[in-house]
Each structure stands twice: as structure tokens, then as C-alpha cells.
Design a protein around this ligand. Structure first.
Ligand SMILES: [Zn+2]
Length: 386
């Protein structure tokens, strides 16, 4: 237990504090890929890199000032895929009724504040609003992030990779009220960032076996500009530790330990990393997929979400209770292909996901070790079922 916990803590610290944000196209994504590959190799595995095209985002800096009051706007961030923008001006405050008539709102060259985007509750609605404002020549769009913690905005509350010149920002509750209280002030926005064509890579370690393949996976990318501790440095660390612990198990199924990138990319289709894996390996008699994502929070109840339990007859919870699959993240593609899924997950009353509050000080390494040992036991049950 001690050694397991020590390794988990070391990997999580490396990913969160030495490497940092690992969004697609960032130096952190490349550094994490190298770290994962080296660790798999240290444990004695042959490793493979498999790449696929995505839109990368290069972020340099962000400023959002209230010039009238000579201070920064609180709880503000650039959004994923924002273009570069530098502008000073007053806010063009847009209400929900304006969304159907944006062409008449003289948005060209303006800083648009979307108060009522929440009528379009889903990210696709926000992406569409951004795309419309972009096509009308708006300079910047500010979105309110409410679905995440009130302390910090989600950096991917709007994430269209198709914007030509629009700069996009998000504020959470405090920032939104600050803007609302000072609607007529003069503001300055400066974002230095660009989108570019990029290849992300899955890093795969393989153990050869017979009778089909079991896949253990975790995504190592993050939402932009955050540590991504619970989402998903912890899952990546658990995957690495599973690889170490299962190295000397007696041979059974072929095993792929797959560290995916680009899970945080597109919401409505499949995440490109696991989708690419399934395109390449989906025909290899995949018996099950064990996923580690959003596990190890200091406050949270661990569960194991199971897809198609009827295809895993006799599988029994070890210490962590089973719950039904909800088909999202990297689980989704496997589930849609009819492959049983097993997802180590923490149910939390808080929602720091995709925000600057998803930090390593909110992680419970003892719980992570408990999760890994639980997964090792569940794995030996799976080997018997297979
Ligand atoms: Zn995640």
C-alpha cells in the first residue's frame, strides 16, 4: 500500500505541478506524453504512439481589466480555442431575446457580454452563439460559467475550434456580478493565443496474451490553463500504477494500457483519443474497458460505473460499489461498440471540474491507492470471466 500510494503521489505531482496544463497542442501535453511513455518503458513494456489530427491551442497570456476602476475583473479566464484579441471599450450587454437578432445588434468590433446564454444550456448552444458573433465581426464574447464551481469559471464553457477572429472569455458568478454592477465602465481585454492544426497522441503499453484483449485507459489531457488534478492526473497516475502492478501477473488476455489525449476536446461526438483507439483496435476482440477518470477527490464517494454488467457474469464489487454506466468521456465509444465498461469515478458534491480549482491539494492519495488495489482485484475477477 505504502509503495502504491507513494508512486501515485509522485506521478500526480509530476503531472500537476511540474508539467501543469496539458490541453491539446500545449507543451504540457507533449511533456506528459513523454513522461507516460518513459514510465511504461521503465516498467518493461513495449510502447506505441498513435496520433490523430485535432485543433491545437497555443495560449500565451490573458488580461481582463476594468480600466475605469483600475483593477482586474475577478474570476475571469480565456476560453478554449479563443483567438488573439486586444481591445478597449464598453460592454455590449446582450440579453436572451437578442440571440435571435444578433445581426441587428451592431456587434461588429464590440465586446459582447452574454448574460442570457443559459437559455442555451448546452455547450453546443454557446459554441453556436460564438460562431454567429464571429461571423458578424464581434471582437470578443464573454460567457457566464454557472455549471461549475462559483469560485472559478470553466475554461471550456465555450469551446468552438472554428472561430476566425473572435476572442472568447468566461467569468463565474463573482465576475459576472462585478460586470453587471459596472456595465458602463471601460474595459480592456488582451488575449494572446492561437489555434493551429495539431496531432495528439495516445500512448499505449502492451502485454501480449491470448483470448482477446482487455483495455485499461485514462486520458492525460486537461481542460486548458488548469492543473487538472482530479481530471485527470489522478486517473493517469492510477493507469501507470496498474501497469506496474500487473506486469508480473500470469499471462491471460492481451492487455493494452492506453493513455488517451483529447478527451476534453469535442462534446457531442466521441473524444478523438479513444475514438482513434477504437478505429485502430476495435476489431481485436475487446473484452472490456477499465477507465480511470475523475477519481481520488478529497471530498467524494468512489463508485465503479459498469456498462453491460450482464456481459460480465459473476463480477462482484470489491470494496467500491457498482453504479450504472452513464456513457460519457472515453467510456462512450467503447459502450457504443457493445464492450463492457468499468469506470473508477468519484461522486462529489462540488464541481471543480475544468476550473482552476481542480488542484492537487484537493486530492486524496490514500483513496487513490485504495482505488488501485480495488481495481487489481476486479481485474483478477475479469481474467477468470474472460
Ligand atoms: Zn476527464
Amino acid at each position: 500500500m505504502h509503495k502504491v500510494q507513494e508512486n501515485l503521489e509522485r506521478h500526480t505531482t509530476e503531472l500537476c505541478l511540474r508539467i501543469g496544463s496539458r490541453h491539446i497542442g500545449s507543451p504540457g501535453e507533449a511533456a506528459a506524453a513523454n513522461y507516460i511513455e518513459q514510465t511504461f518503458q521503465e516498467y518493461g513494456y513495449p510502447t506505441f504512439r498513435e496520433s490523430y489530427p485535432v485543433t491545437g491551442w497555443d495560449f500565451k497570456s490573458f488580461e481582463f481589466y476594468n480600466l475605469t476602476r483600475k483593477r482586474a475583473v475577478p474570476t475571469a479566464t480565456a476560453c478554449f480555442f479563443s483567438n488573439a484579441v486586444e481591445i478597449e471599450g464598453k460592454l455590449l450587454w446582450l440579453k436572451h431575446k437578442d440571440l435571435d437578432r444578433l445581426a441587428e445588434c451592431s456587434v461588429s468590433g464590440r465586446i459582447c457580454m452574454l448574460e442570457c446564454w443559459s437559455g442555451e444550456g448546452h455547450v453546443q448552444g454557446r459554441n453556436q452563439i460564438a460562431e454567429k458573433l464571429d461571423s458578424l465581426g464581434a471582437a470578443a464574447a464573454i460567457f457566464i460559467s454557472t455549471t461549475h464551481t462559483a469560485l472559478a469559471p470553466s475554461t471550456k464553457i465555450q469551446r468552438s475550434p472554428f472561430l476566425q477572429q473572435l476572442g472568447t472569455l468566461a467569468v463565474s458568478e463573482e465576475g459576472a456580478y462585478d460586470l453587471a454592477a459596472h456595465k458602463d465602465d471601460l474595459y480592456r481585454i488582451a488575449i494572446n493565443a492561437t489555434c493551429f492544426p495539431h496531432n495528439s497522441s495516445n500512448i499505449i503499453a502492451r502485454r501480449d496474451g491470448t483470448g482477446g484483449k482487455g483495455v485499461l485507459g485514462a486520458h492525460y489531457d486537461t481542460a486548458p490553463l488548469i492543473q487538472g488534478a482530479g481530471d485527470n492526473a489522478t486517473g493517469t497516475a492510477m493507469l501507470l500504477e496498474m501497469a506496474r502492478l500487473l506486469k508480473n501477473e500470469k499471462p491471460g488476455l492481451t492487455l493494452d494500457f492506453a493513455a488517451f489525449s483529447a478527451e476534453e476536446y469535442v462534446p457531442d461526438t466521441l473524444p478523438p483519443g479513444s475514438e482513434d483507439y477504437l478505429k485502430r483496435h476495435g476489431k481485436e476482440n475487446l473484452r472490456w474497458f477499465m477507465n480511470f477518470d475523475d477519481f481520488g477527490l478529497l471530498i467524494g464517494e468512489p463508485i465503479v460505473k459498469i456498462g453491460y454488467p450482464e456481459k460480465l457474469p459473476g463480477l462482484q464489487p470489491v470494496g467500491i460499489p457498482f453504479a450504472p454506466s452513464n456513457q460519457c468521456g472515453d467510456d462512450k465509444g467503447f459502450y457504443l461498440a457493445g464492450i463492457p465498461t468499468i469506470w473508477y469515478y468519484d461522486k462529489s458534491p462540488f464541481y471543480q471540474l475544468h476550473t482552476a480549482k481542480d488542484t492537487i491539494d484537493r486530492i486524496d492519495f490514500e483513496k487513490m491507492a485504495f482505488g488501485v488495489l480495488d481495481a487489481v482485484e476486479l481485474f483478477s475477477q475479469l481474467e477468470k470471466i474472460a
